[in-house]
Ligand binder design. Structure first.
Ligand code: F6P
Length: 373
């Protein structure tokens, strides 16, 4: 019988984390002798033994709050910066897990957290995860909470930018979060009626985008909205990037691997300005004025949508049911209207990208949206 549950939130925050903590906490406390302890700031709190005791009062009023009452960090158990040195803190985590007499550790997080949780599970701990991220890119789950809220925020931004772009006869290039997956940009681009949608899964040709914008001008539409994902890349840039990634994956000696890693870092840092560059290129190619808007962390902040609160509550409560069934080493995945336990081995290290034949891509094309190809 599970009596002691530890819970932490790791990785970038996502609207709905508090609703999930509440879902887990409230349904766990319905069981006799059940105790819930929170660890602050992700895996670091578990290393440093910084805790928050969670009782029924802790969950009052948090369903509507953004962020996470536990705090979060991107720290990894096996590679944590401690006093200026990167150290493997797995043993310290195992020690604290036992010191708190935990029967299970619940980790709320995105792709990286699934890997870290699997690592702890393979080191003998009972671990269960609940997937979150505004990027919606965690494998083996229909959807992640936070995505619906961010989709609403980004769509609202596109709606607002339409009127100013229209009034000034400008191009507005809007950068939307998502380094590897384009779900958020594609969804918001469709919902917000963007004229061009650029996602990491489809490398773009700037001439194709300029042609589409010039065609709009010929039809009397002197403004255009370009929704671009953080991680979208031109064809040329994508070629270099994937080649460096390939070398890094396949290099059989340390020297080549190190060089490929350095090349990759350089490419990433050069890519940091790509939205500005794209805007300047479009200005030159079309003769229209162009402006950029980077939505950034606005997309992650604030009140979760109703749909995210329902999803978070559904997965949080299902998590406690799985704990009661001793289902460990699994992720609580959203499947249809319900939830399913998926082994972490099937999730860790995988990304859910937008398939090129996805109905959203098809819909965007049928709506005459330019996808950069
Ligand atoms: O949580 C995922 C994400 O929102 C990505 O879309 C974005 O690239 C990244 O987090 C930003 O992370 P940070 O808050 O660490 O800058």
């Amino acid at each position: 019988m599970t009596e002691h549950i530890g819970i932490l939130t790791a990785g970038g925050d996502s609207p709905g984390l508090n609703a999930t903590i509440r879902g887990i906490g409230k349904s766990a406390l319905n069981y006799p002798n059940m105790q819930v302890v929170g660890f602050r700031d992700g895996f670091r709190g578990l290393v440093e033994n910084r805790t928050v005791s969670l009782n029924s009062d802790s969950f009052a009023g948090i369903i509507s709050q953004g962020g996470t009452i536990l705090g979060t960090s991107r720290d990894k158990p096996h590679r944590m910066l401690i006093g200026g040195t990167v150290m493997d803190m797995t043993d310290a985590i195992i020690e604290n897990y036992h010191a708190h007499h935990l029967d299970v550790l619940v980790c709320l997080g995105g792709g990286g957290t699934q890997k870290n949780a699997l690592h702890l599970h393979q080191n003998g701990l009972n671990v269960i995860t609940v997937p979150k991220t505004i990027d919606n890119d965690v494998a083996m789950t229909d959807v992640t909470f936070g995505f619906d809220t961010a989709l609403g925020i980004a769509t609202d931004a596109l709606d607002r930018l339409h009127s100013t772009a229209h009034s000034h006869h400008r191009i507005i290039v809007v950068e939307i979060m998502g380094h590897r997956a384009g779900w958020l940009t594609l969804g918001a681009g469709i919902a917000g009626g963007a004229d061009v949608i650029l996602i990491p899964e489809i490398p773009y040709d700037v001439n194709s985008i300029a042609d589409a914008i010039r065609y709009r001008v010929r039809r009397g539409k002197k403004f255009s909205i370009v929704a671009v994902a953080e991680g979208a890349m031109s064809v040329q840039c994508a070629k270099k990037f994937y080649a460096a990634e390939d070398i890094m994956r396949n290099a059989d000696n340390k020297k080549d691997k190190k060089q490929a890693k350095a090349d990759l870092e350089e490419l990433k840092s050069a890519h940091g300005n790509h939205t500005l560059e794209l805007s300047q290129q479009l200005e030159e190619l079309t003769g229209l004025e162009s402006r950029i808007t980077i939505l950034g962390h606005l997309q992650r902040g604030g009140t979760p949508s109703a749909a995210d609160r329902v999803l978070a509550s559904r997965l949080g409560t299902a998590c406690v049911d799985m704990i009661q069934n001793n289902q460990f080493g699994v992720m609580v995945a959203a499947r249809g209207e319900g939830a399913e336990a998926v082994p972490l081995t099937e999730v860790a290290g995988k990304l859910k990208l937008v398939p090129l034949n996805h109905p959203w891509i098809k819909a965007a094309r049928q709506l005459d949206t330019n996808l950069g190809d």
